[in-house]
Write a protein that binds this ligand. Structure first.
Ligand code: EAX
Length: 342
């Protein structure tokens, strides 16, 4: 009988701890200080379209390092370069369906999601990088980020940078707008970019970045436009013979995150991501500028003809109708406020 009783007692202990409902599971852990549940590691997937040697990737590696350090390893960033999670529009859509946790995207393709933010895509709007950073890191940049958050239902973590965009062509070098007449040029899926190239007399062809290299290789398009670091690290010199340093658009990027994912984090975890995003963003901006300095001579060595001082006044003159059209969209005041920021 005694034996039977001890078996029943043992069985009830096992059952109780298995359900975890019994005080035994808490007590034993509490009293014995049993092995604390390993702190849960939050894994976040972030995608971007550029190569694993690009400025985006360098910035992402810095972000990864800072998040690991600031979270004591409880948040892990998994980076997916080369458009492996899709093009920028796909990844932006993925934020709201949960297939992507974060995306580093230029503002270009955001015109289909949050048109307000694309005021920054106006041609020749910013004098230089310093001017752009002052605007984006100030009230105007904050207002644009909150508009993106409201319109798209995503979290914006920080402004990063793609850089000033320049024109590359296969055959004829571009010195003035007339040289673009009839040229099929790939643009981002952005109305302002397309209107701008129409004013140059070109035929803008909007396309995801993931299709661009093949389209150039197959001659589907004659030209494209991108910052110098992209032209180098995406090897466009292999399929484009000429580079004209028009710097016609300043192209900022935004590190976006799924709101559901962000809201699921503790306040400390949110703070880690926000601080690391801003710090890594400043680092990434410096990488862009270092690459731009380094790569122009390297692109020449790769055989590209580089026109470093095109007739910019003629390009600026040609885009006046674009400002006429978009002043009624964004307001003359906002455009003037951006232009006059010192
Ligand atoms: O944001 O699409 C482009 O030309 C961009 O430079 C690229 O996606 C990085």
């Amino acid at each position: 009988m005694k034996k039977l009783l001890s078996i029943v007692a043992l069985l009830s202990m096992v059952l109780l701890s298995a359900c975890g409902g019994g005080s035994s599971s808490k007590t034993s852990a509490g009293e014995s200080g049993g092995s604390k549940k390993a702190a849960e590691v939050v894994k976040l997937k972030v995608g971007h379209t550029l190569s694993d040697t690009s400025h985006y990737q360098k910035g992402m590696e810095k972000f990864q390092e800072l998040v690991k350090e600031k979270s004591n390893g409880t948040i892990e960033i998994e980076v997916f370069p080369n458009g492996s999670l899709g093009g920028e529009r796909d990844m932006i859509e993925g934020l709201n369906v949960g297939s992507v946790d974060m995306v580093l995207t230029s503002t270009g393709p955001m015109s289909g999601f949050a048109p307000e933010v694309t005021v920054v895509d106006l041609p020749f709007l910013f004098r230089n990088e310093d001017h752009a950073h002052k605007v984006l890191d100030g009230k105007i940049g904050d207002d644009l980020r909150s508009k993106v958050e409201t319109t798209m239902g995503v979290k914006t973590l920080a402004w990063w940078e793609n850089g000033f965009r320049n024109i590359t062509t296969g055959k004829t070098a571009v010195e003035k707008p007339e040289d673009l007449k009839g040229i099929k040029i790939r643009t981002m899926e952005n109305d302002i970019h397309m209107d701008t190239f129409r004013e140059f007399g070109a035929q803008p062809t909007p396309m995801s970045f993931t299709e661009l290299f093949t389209a150039l290789q197959q001659g589907v398009i004659d030209a494209e436009e991108n910052p110098v670091p992209v032209i180098m690290t995406s090897r466009f010199y292999e399929v484009q013979g000429n580079l004209t340093m028009t710097r016609h658009f300043y192209n900022p990027s935004l590190l976006l995150m799924s709101t559901n994912k962000f809201d699921s984090l503790t306040n400390e975890e949110k703070k880690v991501l926000e601080e690391a995003a801003v710090e890594a963003g400043k680092y990434e901006r410096q990488v862009v500028q270092d690459m731009e300095k380094q790569y122009i001579s390297e692109l020449k060595e790769k055989g590209m003809k580089v026109i470093e001082n095109p007739n910019l006044e003629s390009f600026k003159e040609a885009v006046k109708p674009v400002y006429k059209k978009y002043e009624s969209v964004f307001g003359k005041e906002l455009i003037a406020e951006i232009k006059n920021t010192k």
